[in-house]
Design a protein around this ligand. Structure first.
Ligand code: HEM
Ligand SMILES: *[C@@H]1O[C@H](CO)[C@@H](O)[C@H](O)[C@H]1NC(C)=O
Ligand SMILES: *[C@@H]1O[C@H](CO)[C@@H](O)[C@H](O)[C@H]1NC(C)=O
Length: 325
């Protein structure tokens, strides 16, 4: 009787152990199957950044745009074909997300070293971390073991990603809708410490804010005139301006200091300071304390990286990140 009972306990214990080992991401996931993975991704990011100083920003954003749409499953990397509609042309991505060639190059090095082992979704998560580190920001251990989708969601990419004309409540909702918090939003917005935005994304607020006929009054006058001359109403809406014009490619807390000074580029950036309440308190705290920003940023990136991952036996390991097989 006792032995049957202990056998049962043993069975329950082993099966739940197997279940939990399989159902969670883990650092060191590739230790035995691809021990060089972290080294290869890091070298690939550094190599690509050498010829394109914007690339770390673009790779950070790719991981974000991946995770917010059906989870961190590399759906953002899938190319459109005549019979497959991916996420690349959805409004928030169209003519905007980039870095695919760098991911392809990293994937092909990984395929040479450990064929069929490392997912494209894990490459995105590692590349985002390596990009932040390369830009002078914090580091963190990346839990791994995501697998790749065979589907993408154009409508998810259209509706789930936050919009640059949102106010604080709308921005918070985009984050809580996927299972993150308002604090994660205040913190991850600091990703705009690096990278560029098209004039398209802020031209209305520098000339005719919300149809008022005048610029957004919260923009510092010297910054406003600089932006107006760089993005004239008659000019190209695809020309670029840095999201943090003070320390362009450096990942630091200057983004938050800019907001305090009325030098946020996007409406969705500046509202974090303009809206009295918790958002403003975070902006002030981060503008005064870079190490607090860095440690919270690392924590929120790990959380974002865990949004609905595909775990074995679900999903696949793509051999080409652009193709769903
Ligand atoms: C909070 C809501 C957010 C909104 C409304 C937003 C919106 C935008 C927009 C409009 C651009 C410029 C795109 C273009 O003109 O082509 C941009 C760029 C960027 N975003 Fe965000 N974003 C948000 C959150 C985030 C988060 C959470 C991250 C990462 C942690 C991030 C990282 C970036 C980076 C690095 C760039 C520059 C990319 C490059 O230069 O290639 N953003 N974002
Ligand atoms: C994406 O941009 C192209 C222009 O490069 C445009 O023709 C197309 O309509 C856009 N797609 C969507 C879905 O907005
Ligand atoms: C500002 O935008 C509004 C609404 O789109 C428009 O009616 C108005 O004519 C614009 N004003 C100027 C000065 O461009």
């Amino acid at each position: 009787m006792i032995s049957t009972y202990s056998l049962l306990l043993l069975l329950i214990a082993t099966s739940s152990l197997a279940f939990s080992a399989e159902a969670a991401l883990a650092t060191g996931y590739y230790d035995s199957t691809c021990p060089q993975v972290e080294k290869i991704v890091k070298a690939g990011v550094a190599n690509a950044a050498q010829s394109d100083s914007r690339l770390p920003a673009s790779l950070l954003r790719l991981h974000f745009h991946d995770c917010f749409v059906q989870g961190c499953d590399a759906s953002v990397l899938l190319d459109d074909t005549p019979t497959f509609k991916g996420e690349k042309t959805a409004g928030p991505n169209n003519n905007s997300i980039r870095g695919f060639e760098a991911i392809d190059a990293i994937k092909s090095s990984l395929e040479s070293s450990c064929k069929g082992v490392v997912s494209c979704a894990d490459i995105l998560a590692l590349a985002a971390r390596d990009s932040v580190v390369l830009s002078g920001g914090p580091s963190w251990e990346v839990p791994l073991g995501r697998r790749d989708s065979i589907t993408a969601s154009f409508s998810g990419a259209t509706n789930r990603l936050p919009s640059f004309f949102s106010d604080v409540n709308g921005l918070i909702k985009s984050f809580t809708d996927v299972g993150l918090t308002a604090e994660d939003m205040f913190t991850l917005s600091g990703g705009h410490s690096i990278g560029q935005a098209r004039c398209l994304a802020f031209v209305s607020r520098i000339f005719n804010d919300s149809g008022s006929g005048s610029p957004d009054p919260s923009i510092r006058p010297s910054f406003l005139s600089a932006l107006q001359s760089k993005c004239p109403q008659t000019g190209s809406l695809s020309s670029l301006q840095p999201l943090d014009a003070t320390t362009i490619n450096k990942f630091d807390n200057q983004y938050y200091l800019n907001l305090v000074l009325g030098k946020g580029l996007l409406h969705s950036d500046q509202v974090l300071f303009n809206t009295v309440g918790v958002a403003r308190n975070f902006v002030k705290a981060y503008s005064a304390d870079q190490s607090k920003f860095f440690s919270n940023f690392a924590g929120s990136m790990i959380k974002m990286g865990k949004l609905s991952p595909l775990l074995a036996p679900k999903g696949i390991i793509r051999s080409n990140c652009r193709v769903p097989r």
